[in-house]
Design a binder for this molecule. Structure first.
Ligand code: FES
Ligand SMILES: [Fe+2]
Length: 337
């Protein structure tokens, strides 16, 4: 059995899209910790350990009474800090009756959680994805759980040459794999940039059908990965020969390790064109979901292959892996530090 990559604990991770957190409890396992999320009546997100201190019933399967969580098993009641304020059948609430609460922050339409040492939870360090909530963009989004080490998803997203093969006929064309990349690594801030600028390339259905462009295109992919969680792909296209980008699409991923060998794949596609066109919105949602599922299936398969590999197997890397290898180096360092 292959060892799974270590988690970087003292970091912010996306736990949910904002719209997923409401007045019903939501259970997610983040870095191995089961957490229950909800929103107070005033709209503030709350994150509590998803295990009642009494007999460990999951609070995510429980209910709310105002801003308090009432355990669905015997009614232990917790406030937003995780302190138990009521137990059934007696006046005195035991001093140790509490569950952990986690720092949470809502930024750019995502609920972020910090499972590490709460001292370090500086919301100013959360990387931004302003297009997700910008007025001039329309966004479609989703989340798929994958039974694979989170590093496999990082690898997958850092090297888009796989679009040609895994997503051929969707977003991949021959030019993606053919065009060399430029990689920039900022070890200090943990940001990896990978760019690929394609000249006079085939227009894949994803862009042909959303923009209406019929001929060949200038296509730019500029990846900006903020380790460990946020991945932005700035994608611009224009008709061949036109240097100024005509259509801008922002592809966002959040890579959140759930438990060893499991990862949440949050994805979003934002566009600043045809924003009123419902058909384009539906098309991009369905089409991108299909593309994401192609990756999900591939990574599930890949993990199964990894799990059966002999000790000491030597992986082979080439130029296209430069960004992925840089990301791995940074993630290993973050996990150690
Ligand atoms: S398990 Fe929650 S009150 Fe008993
Ligand atoms: Fe992919």
């Amino acid at each position: 059995m292959t060892a799974y990559s270590a988690f970087a604990r003292n970091q912010w991770y996306v736990a949910a899209w904002s719209k997923e957190v409401g007045r019903e409890l939501l259970g997610r396992t983040i870095l191995g910790e089961p957490i229950a999320f909800y929103r107070t009546e005033a709209g503030e997100p709350v994150a509590l350990a998803d295990r009642c201190v009494h007999r460990r019933y999951p609070l995510s399967a429980s209910g709310l009474d105002g801003d308090r969580v009432v355990c669905g098993y015997h009614g232990f009641t917790y406030d937003t800090t995780g302190t138990c304020v009521f137990v059934p059948g007696q006046k005195r609430v035991p001093r140790t009756a509490r569950v952990s609460s986690y720092p949470v922050a809502e930024v750019d339409g995502m609920v972020w959680v910090w499972v590490g040492d709460p001292e370090g939870a500086d919301t100013g360090a959360i990387p931004r994805a302003p297009h997700l909530v910008a007025d001039d963009f329309v966004t479609v989004e989703g989340m798929e759980p994958i039974d694979a080490d989170f590093m496999l998803l990082v690898d997958n997203l850092m090297d888009l040459s796989h679009e040609t093969y895994l997503h051929g006929g969707y977003i991949g064309t021959p030019e993606v794999a053919e065009t060399p990349i430029a990689t920039e690594v900022d070890e200090e801030s943990g940001v990896v940039r990978v760019s690929r600028h394609m000249k006079d390339a085939e227009c894949p259905p994803f862009y042909a059908r959303s923009t209406g462009i019929e001929g060949r295109i200038e296509r730019r992919q500029d990846i900006e990965y903020h380790a460990p969680c946020l991945y932005l792909l700035h994608s611009t296209i224009s008709p061949s020969g036109q240097e100024t980008p005509a259509f801008r699409t922002e592809i966002t991923y959040a890579i959140t390790p759930s438990s060893p060998g499991k990862v949440y794949d949050f994805w979003a596609v934002s566009r600043n064109f045809a924003t009123e066109d419902e058909e384009v919105t539906t098309f991009l949602r369905d089409f991108n979901h299909t593309v994401v599922m192609q990756d999900v299936d591939a990574l599930n398969l890949l993990q199964r292959t990894l799990d059966t590999e002999p000790e000491g197997y030597q992986e082979l890397s080439i130029n296209i892996d430069t960004g992925g290898l840089a990301a791995r180096r940074i993630l290993t360092k973050l996990a150690a530090g």
